[in-house]
Design a protein around this ligand. Sequence first.
Ligand code: AGP
Length: 605
Amino acid sequence: MCGIIGYTGKGKAAQIMLDALELLEYRGYDSAGIALLNQGHTQILKSAGRVKDLRKLYAGQKPDGQCGIGHTRWATHGGVCDKNAHPHRFGRITLIHNGIIENYRELIEKYHLQGKLESETDTEVVAAVVERFYTGDPYSALRRTVLKLKGTFALAVLFDDQPDKIFAVRNVSPIVAAVTDGGAMLSSDVAAIVPYTQDYFVVPEFHVVSLSPEGIELFDLSGDREEIEWMKADWDVGKSGKEGYPFYMEKEIMEQPDAVRETILPRIRNGKPDFSQEGIPDEMFVDCKRICVIACGTAMHAGLVGKSLIQAMIGIHVDVVMASEFMYNDPVVDKETLVIAISQSGETIDTLEALKFARKCGSPSISIVNVKGASIARASEYVVYTNAGPEIAVASTKAYTTQLAVLYLLTARMAMARNLWDEKKLTGYMQELSRVPEVMEQVLKTKEEIHRLAGVILNAKDVFMIGRGLDYSILLEGSLKLKEVSYIHSEAYASGELKHGTIALITEDTPVIAVVTQDKLKSKELSNIREVQSRGARVLLLIKENEALEEGQEWSCVYRLPKMEDSFMVMPASVVLQLIAYYVSLDKGLDVDKPRNLAKVVTVE
Ligand code: AGP
């Protein structure tokens, strides 16, 4: 999970790459560096720290050049320090890398590199291997090198004696490339390219691509030229900036009503869910006997909501499995198990590998992905793209609610395909789904009130979040949001389970966030809340507007949610929890968009 960029053309490569690295920095921000190839001489600027630190380094030297590569790092092999920052150089080769080379120690032995390396990284070893195979033909050197590598890689390479040219090759880790006005670019993802062009292509795995001011050439490993399959980024170029918000996270939270509209409206025809643009046959929904959702983090939490919806409304069993655990727990998936892989980036390797495993077991598959053409989208039989636009903040918000929007649509389509709902039920459900954006807007209008609520937990050390059923699923996501952007330890707990041990941790003034949105669970949830209140907890309650509360129950505060059908209450409740996490982080003065230790795309297992 690093960010790579390359540029060659008429422009000032350093400036273009520094701007691009800022758009890629969410992929990793331990260190950053650029290399410029200018008249046979390669100059490298790199340091631990952020892109802004690299800019200072650049300002002091201003190396010239119209061809270069750049990198933002999330450390895997070797600590965070200047010498481990990319680009790495060995002999005539300068190289950047996103991924993990599993056999780098064997390569050090095999090519007697002991004592010849400056860094602790696997990347420098790859540069040394390319140097070893380079006899004047970059394609041949790269072909021979990648055949020696085990693991995942997106490599961008400069050869001293190949002026104005950048070469690249990948396996699993993403690379997209594009021709721009007077040049060519490559990047880990399209966010860095859309400011220059919306036409791009995904570099196929184990193909060598070369970029020059004249354009792009693509070859397979046997050296045969291949046609390029161009795509169009449907992202508004403006969407790549903060547009006046202090952090991308706030902007992306505010964008959710439109993101949900853009996701559901193209898939509603005559008031009914329609996946004809994705080409998904109804047989996929009729033939499956059970469903297995594989995903990580927030995407997995979306899957938990999907489980509740589908089990309640369709009556088939749904498993939701952490992708990183999936293959190691003897999963029972087969041709009767519909696998749904959910991923914002479409590059999470845990999810990608689990999906590939499931497909080998014969499972039909659908992925829900936000980035067009991403690896997970291409690895599944069918893909439903969320139309959330670029999500830059590491903490996922609009991707989550648009994933939910797709799951609501899939549930309705499944009900239609299985003839489970009459016209009235389907119409009512779809009308409620269509109301989601405006209800989210109602919540967003109260963001100052929510900011005040956030103050209740600003200085907390531990925060518990309790709820049952769908409310518990909502809080798992709310807890992750709070942890990852505010660094406050938080634990979402099924409130009925609390008394079986964890309630021992509830003491005077322990902050507890409780969500009560499901009528069928309300009385039990309120009595569980009384259990923690009787032990001194300060409870922040999220509950539907107009819901009666008993006299005498002490609340540190109550937030009244706009009312929807119970199964849709996830949407307004999630927005409140997202904003609470955001404001706590903001008021703690943290870097909300780039929390410590995290990266937006996790391409290591
Ligand atoms: C979300 O806030 C987290 N940053 C993280 O859990 C993320 O959801 C997870 O890594 C999965 O990413 P993906 O959706 O791109 O696969």
